[in-house]
Design a protein around this ligand. Structure first.
Ligand SMILES: C[S@@+](CC[C@H](N)C(=O)[O-])C[C@H]1O[C@@H](n2cnc3c(N)ncnc32)[C@H](O)[C@@H]1O
Length: 298
């Protein structure tokens, strides 16, 4: 059966850091031409972007507000999230990726939109950030953590975050064997043509990641809605929204289903202080495992 993986997961796991970074850089660079054909969003409103999917709403509920913040967008690739953040009022956005072509793409967009003074592109690895200690208010990563050597990246994220700073990440979750098979072998329209070192996260990876932060919460997204999205291929139609609502209900009622989800959202904070009701992030995951949200407190 054909796969889009350039090497087995085991071989990728055995690579040293330099070889992993090189492979990832090559994979992402190959997408530059295809991405150049894509149309840009018609709106740069971060709220609208966040509402496109429940997992994203949860993520930005935790990370918001971005206005006045210094943000690191880890592994931004060709997703214009750094642009959304700058236009949402971030003081400075560091857009980081190992791919020079992806970085050049982000730089071009920032130039076009007149925000180049607030978007700095960095061609670097998440495991070796060229940033000073405690300089970031927010670290964001969409589908990035599962490409990284997680223990190294976790230490780097914890190092660059200011005290009280937040990290929010979304990644594929790797416990569901059906999804894992589909990811590696089944063809579907939005599948990446090539894959390098990525390995969907497992809860134990997140628990290890969490050791670097005083506070961590994570929760799964995408049960029935995974199938619905596959059929309707968009989030903003009635059947998919209904499936998201049913998912929410199922995950609150049967927490164990969380591990079979398609995605996991991981939120960390570099402080032991509890986020108080009414503060940004206070409406994000309740600290009750029985509601499908797992918390790691230290
Ligand atoms: C699945 S893509 C996600 C891109 C983008 N965030 C998005 O939402 O579409 C993963 C990205 O992580 C980048 N990446 C892979 N390894 C990395 C590393 N060690 N450090 C930083 N970025 C890395 C890849 O180049 C790629 O752009």
């Amino acid at each position: 059966m054909r796969t889009n993986r350039l090497m087995t997961r085991k071989d990728a796991d055995d690579l040293d850091l330099r070889s992993r970074i090189k492979l990832e850089m090559e994979v992402t660079d190959t997408e530059a031409e295809r991405v150049a054909q894509q149309t840009l969003p018609t709106s740069w409103d971060l709220g609208q972007y966040a509402r496109r999917a429940p997992w994203r709403a949860r993520l930005f509920d935790f990370l918001s507000p971005l206005a006045g913040q210094t943000v690191l967008d880890l592994g931004c690739g060709y997703n214009p999230t750094p642009i959304y953040f700058a236009l949402a009022g971030a003081r400075m956005v560091y857009a980081c990726d190992v791919s020079p072509k992806a970085a050049a793409y982000t730089k071009r967009l920032a130039d076009q939109l007149g925000i180049a003074d607030r978007v700095s592109v960095l061609v670097c690895a998440g495991e070796e950030l060229p940033l000073a200690d405690e300089t970031m208010d927010i670290v964001h990563g969409e589908s990035t953590l599962h490409h990284l050597r997680l223990p190294l990246a976790a230490a780097e994220i914890a190092r660059v975050l200011k005290c009280g700073g937040k990290g929010g990440f979304k990644d594929p979750l790797g416990h569901n064997p059906v999804l894992e098979f589909a990811r590696d072998y089944l063809p579907y329209p939005w599948k990446k043509p090539l894959k390098g070192t990525d390995r969907p996260l497992r809860f134990r990876d997140i628990e290890e990641f969490a050791k670097h932060f005083p506070r961590c919460m994570y929760c799964g997204f995408g049960l029935l809605s995974t199938m619905a999205t596959f059929i309707w291929r968009r989030n903003d139609c009635r059947p998919v929204q209904l499936a998201h609502a049913v998912d929410g209900h199922l995950l609150r009622r049967f927490a164990f289903l969380g591990r079979y989800c398609r995605f996991v959202v991981t939120c960390v904070q570099k402080t032991g202080r509890r986020v108080e009701e009414g503060e940004p992030g206070s409406r994000s995951p309740k600290l009750k495992p029985r509601r499908g949200v797992y918390s790691v407190k230290r």
